[in-house]
Design a protein around this ligand. Structure first.
Ligand code: ATP
Ligand code: MG
Length: 347
């Protein structure tokens, strides 16, 4: 594997050539001086002594030159890099090494500095993601917890009538189930992101998996006063039924949630290339363009008042699963007309 260092190795050759020229000059100077002394005296002891002195002076000059070179070319960049690594180690991920050279004149220290800056940026981004995640989770936990707290207080009133008691218990149950769904989704998404779960790929009867998902929502569709249209071919592909179930359930549940009574939810499955295409569409509120840009982000909900159910994790999971399965997801939507999610899966 060629590394960045290989590409920049021209600079090391330059260093080697300078070193070679200096040594050649030192030897040449010593030879010239030797000839000069030999022409003027035959006393070998004196010649040896003078040569020793000359060699000591030349070595001393070279050593001083090397110390200065090291100070400028090694110690200075190392000190700069060390001060930044210390800052990063103490948690300051905004620290960066300033690179003085232009890219075509980069030396090995510039390459290290560039990688260090890259690593610091990655750490800064992951820190931002982590703190965003914590604040999102805390925010999502707060509402149902506040409901549970306030309704348990109300329940402790001894004069409470039976009808209110049943209503309060139902409110607490619904808040608990929201909490439980939130925790389940966070755990599932975390497993998917950290690849703790590996899909078990087998021959899948897509028609069967999709029909099962539709059946799960049949009574809810009826309850919401929606009509359901299905156009599902018999099709087999190599995939993971458990993963596909996550995708279908989330998309169908969204289609139902965002469609007003009287609307329609349509589910289609047909061959596409060597694989399959699945369309889940609705005649609901549609997705405005500015919302569409974020729908696959974790905890993003188009309705910022969070009046609709959920935590904004559904489509983030769908996207992750589709990526793992090597498929594609497309969204077409028009505000007030409806939305269509199309999934392309390979055979
Ligand atoms: N079929 C749809 N029609 C209109 N808007 C949609 C549709 N599907 C998704 N959206 C928009 O995308 C946002 C994100 O969807 P996602 O499924 O991730 O979250 P959610 O449904 O709000 O919550 P959760 O899935 O956690 O229950 C939704 O809040 C909504 O604004
Ligand atoms: Mg959803």
């Amino acid at each position: 594997m060629r590394t960045k260092l290989d590409k920049k190795s021209g600079f090391s050759y330059a260093g080697a050539i300078i070193f070679f020229v200096v040594i050649a000059l030192v030897i040449q100077t010593a030879l010239v001086v030797y000839e000069y002394i030999r022409e003027r005296t035959d006393d070998l002891g004196l010649v040896a002594l003078l040569m020793l002195g000359i060699i000591i002076i030349l070595s001393g000059l070279c050593t001083v030159a090397d110390v200065i070179r090291r100070k400028i070319m090694v110690d200075r960049p190392v000190a700069k890099i060390l001060s930044v690594t210390e800052k990063i180690a103490c948690g300051d991920f905004s620290a960066r090494v300033y690179i003085e050279h232009t890219y075509d004149k980069y030396d090995e220290f510039d390459l290290i500095a560039e990688d260090l800056n890259y690593m610091a940026e990655a750490l800064r981004k992951s820190e931002v993601l982590k703190s965003d995640f914590i604040s999102n989770v805390s925010h999502e936990l707060k509402t149902p917890l506040a409901v549970i707290e306030s309704y348990t207080k109300k329940l402790s009133d001894k004069k409470l009538d039976e009808e209110s008691r049943i209503k309060y218990i139902e409110t607490i149950r619904s808040a608990t189930s929201k909490l439980s769904k939130l925790v389940t989704n966070i755990l599932l998404l975390n497993k998917l992101e950290n690849q703790h779960l590996r899909p078990e790929i087998k021959r899948v009867d897509l028609c069967g998996v999709l029909s099962d998902s539709v059946l799960v929502f049949e009574s809810l569709i009826e309850e919401r006063g929606l009509t359901l249209e299905c156009d599902i071919d018999t099709l087999y592909i190599s995939s993971s039924p458990d993963y596909l179930e996550i995708v279908f359930n989330n998309l169908i549940s969204n289609a139902i949630k965002f469609t007003e009574p009287g609307g329609q939810v349509t589910v289609k499955l047909y061959p596409f290339g060597d694989g399959a295409a699945i369309e889940i569409s609705d005649t609901g509120c549609g997705i405005p363009e500015e919302v569409g840009m974020h729908i696959f982000d974790k905890f993003y909900q188009g309705d910022t008042s969070h009046s609709s159910e959920g935590n904004g994790l559904g489509l983030a999971m769908v996207k992750k699963v589709i990526d793992i399965l090597g498929g594609e997801i497309k969204v077409e939507s028009e505000t007030g007309v409806g939305s269509k999610f199309t999934i392309i899966l390979r055979g």
